[in-house]
Write a protein that binds this ligand. Structure first.
Ligand code: PLP
Length: 374
């Protein structure tokens, strides 16, 4: 089995799994005032302190949720309801959690939506963004740090500066970069950001919501998370998330170097073996170090995906959240590409040998399909 789908999710680290299991014993409710509760409160707050330090921010900047999807829904709903927002500027290549939250909240709060222009590599037209900001006050800007399908890295410093100049709020989806890059959140011109533990070898079911101002809750109930996210905290997931981020950050430069070498090796091999390969976005000469997106002319990507899967090689054709959908990816469509592609995304345990096996299998499938077509 070869796993090349680390942008969809990552396996939990053994140490993190142990911490998760051990913490299951800590059953006291962190909101209870007796000793059991106080113990649980301490470990939740210790985890928050670790995460805040690793991300260079304060503890009160971090809210725990059940996923990045929940954090996005919470943030967009709250900001739209309570910040006198009149416009939302967004890129067409945002994750479905962002696009659908924006669609719902703009309709229910009578807010205009302004879609950014991107070119056929997926790069955002920053002049157009500035023009929109100049002419539209009370604006929320929603742009991701890295795209989960094509791996484009977005210039968030420049975008954040523009937002500050024009007094707009900036909400950044950092799911594909948190735990993958050294992020000093308090040095970035960002008002809100989200991350997700299962993308950095942590458990499923723990989202990180970075806030610079308090927000109103989406879920009504108890006063957990300083009255911003009701519901008893998922203590094992929170503690395991802190552990995962800690381990990953400690080894980050080694992992980044290794994964980037794997990516470059794979690109070279793909180009050598399939001269007519088309890379999507700017993954060939830039983008994040863990994602490649491509298609091969003359062969349907779904067929490729299926045959690779039958041979035990897990890749993706579109984001995991939209798999099974009949529609082509909205990200590729925004780039003017009306077909499916293959996304391969790497993690710290991938090897050069796995790339060789992948290319060997890809060639066999490709040749067999082309022979069939003749
Ligand atoms: N945003 C991006 C860019 C993602 O890649 C994902 C997950 O695929 C999400 C948001 C949603 O994260 P979660 O699985 O924590 O809801």
């Amino acid at each position: 089995m070869i796993y090349f789908d680390y942008a969809a999710t990552t396996p939990i680290l053994p140490e993190v799994k142990n911490v998760f299991i051990d913490t299951l014993e800590q059953f006291g409710n962190p909101s209870s005032v007796h000793l059991y509760g106080r113990k649980s409160r301490v470990i939740v707050e210790e985890a928050r302190a670790i995460i805040a330090e690793l991300l260079s921010c304060e503890q009160n900047n971090i809210i725990f949720t059940s996923s990045a999807t929940e954090a996005i829904n919470l943030g967009i709903t709250s900001i739209c309801r309570s910040r006198n927002i009149k416009n939302i500027i967004f890129s067409p290549i945002e994750h479905a959690a962002m696009l659908r939250s924006i669609a719902f909240c703009s309709q229910s709060n009578n807010i205009s939506t302004l879609e950014l222009k991107i070119n056929n590599l997926g790069n955002i037209d920053l002049d157009y963004l500035e023009k929109l900001l100049q002419t539209n006050a009370n604006t929320l800007v929603c742009i991701m740090h890295a795209n989960n399908e094509i791996g484009n890295l977005i210039p968030i410093k420049e975008i954040g500066k523009l937002c500050k100049t024009y007094n707009a709020l900036f909400f950044c989806d950092m799911v594909q970069t948190m735990g993958k890059y050294n992020l000093a959140l308090n040095k970035l011109p960002i008002d809100f950001a989200v991350g997700s533990a299962h993308k950095f070898y942590g458990p499923k079911g723990c989202g990180l919501f970075y806030i610079t101002e308090d927000i109103d809750p989406l879920l009504f109930g108890g006063f957990q998370e300083r009255n911003m996210r009701a519901g008893t905290e998922n203590i094992p997931a929170i503690v395991a998330t802190a552990k995962a981020l800690e381990i990953i950050q400690q080894n980050l430069s080694t992992y980044m170097l290794h994964i980037n070498e794997i990516k470059q090796y794979c690109i070279t091999k793909l180009k050598n073996n399939f001269p007519d390969i088309v890379f999507v976005g700017n993954c060939e000469n830039g983008g994040v170090y863990h994602i490649i997106n491509f298609f091969l002319p003359n062969i349907n990507s779904e067929t490729l995906f299926m045959h690779l899967d039958m041979r035990g090689i897990a890749v993706s054709s579109g984001s995991a959240c939209s798999s099974g959908s009949q529609h082509n990816s909205h990200v590729l469509q925004a780039l003017g590409i009306n077909k499916k592609s293959i996304r391969i995304s790497f993690g710290k345990d991938n090897t050069f040998e796995e790339i060789d096996i992948f290319i060997h299998n890809l060639l066999q499938i490709y040749n067999a399909q082309n022979e069939k077509a003749l």
